[in-house]
Design a protein around this ligand. Sequence first.
Ligand SMILES: C[S@@+](CC[C@H](N)C(=O)[O-])C[C@H]1O[C@@H](n2cnc3c(N)ncnc32)[C@H](O)[C@@H]1O
Length: 443
Amino acid sequence: MANARELALQTLTDILIEGAYSNHALSEQIEKNELTVQDKNFMTELVYGTLQHEQLLNFYVTPFFKGKVKAWIRILIQMTLYQILFLDSVPEHAAISEAVTIAKKRGGQFNGKLVNAILREIMRTPLPSFETIKDQEERLAIETSHPLWLIKLWSKQYGYEKAVQMAKANNERVHVTIRVNGVKGTREELKQKLESEGITCTYGSLSEDALVVLKGNVIQTKAFEQGWFYVQDESSMLVGRALKPKHHSKVLDTCSAPGGKTTHLAEIMRQTGTVYAHDVYDHKIKLIEANVNRLGLTNVVATLQDAMTLNERYEAESFDAILVDAPCSGLGILRRHPEVKLTKKPSDLDEITSIQKQILNTVAPLLKPGGTLVYSTCTVNRKENDKMIEQFLGQHSDYELDSTLVKRLPDALSDQTQHGMVQLFPGDYQTDGFFIACLKRQG
Ligand SMILES: C[S@@+](CC[C@H](N)C(=O)[O-])C[C@H]1O[C@@H](n2cnc3c(N)ncnc32)[C@H](O)[C@@H]1O
């Protein structure tokens, strides 16, 4: 049987040194190794917990490193400190002794002794107080393990209190949420089916399509195999409802892999009409097709195409509805992808806004007059969200915001939905941070 801590360390080095995505790196190790359910859960906790608090752990451990220390040793010490500070179930002596064993196995006696000495010195010394950090944004950044530039950006754009809310929410554990495939049956029927397979779930708090999984692995159920649901955050489920294509519509989904919203649109159209789904990466088209097939949908055509050239493929005014679920900075999904806090740079934000602008400009003429275009992102950054739409409207006088959006969203969001746009913040409703704008082309 493999050792959960050792595998967690390997996963963390893959993510932090090799730049792997947390979800991919973790599932790869879990699939490759024989582990009990308990060990899988522990390993997942260690990987996500250490990533979520990486900057805080770094703040604590850095004073104890004298000279250059190997990257894996730093990560091992951070991971061990995470267990001691955040996990009640792990006694300090057990965490340290396991770390020393791993260090010896991986790097010999010398490294075992080094890890032992550093960890024992850390534990002998009182933790530094945050009160010594006078600037409130700097303090929040360290305390909640977010890059300072991001805390400053959120404070400036949404206010300091909102930045605090988001930073804290990003460190909370998330439940898996799933969207019922309306073509197969109702949410109530799905809940019963899953319960009969030993899964505990409850209704989502926002989306009429959502179930929140409280216990059990839904991916290993028959209901999953039979295409009864799609794993998706509740915020993303609002997009299909926002666009609400009529039956028999011709819909364009410009950036669709792995197909979460494509399949929802196809379900809402109840197997009528066609969703033309595109993405710029070939391997991702296969992911869309796999999801469409598993869900048993027959009204999706998935093809490789750069959204910035869709005007070469389709005539003007060809579509009843268009979805631009744009590539974005992903600052709304840090709960699920904490490594993004470590890898994203402010310059990435400018690059992505330029792509979003080009995609919107390219597809704007493809919508029929009277048709609806929804633009969405999983980020919390005004330049990619409301400011992007303002700019688009400034250049496209044939488009206007659709204020009826509020009627297609849950009542809970009626105050937040202003003039056809809504921004969800992490911590509002236990969803990702997400933005939706709904536009109409004048007819
Ligand atoms: C936010 S994700 C889409 C998620 C998808 N709509 C869903 O609900 O499952 C953005 C997607 O845009 C794709 N993408 C990035 N640049 C693109 C481009 N120039 N043209 C088309 N797709 C692009 C990415 O490969 C990625 O799959």
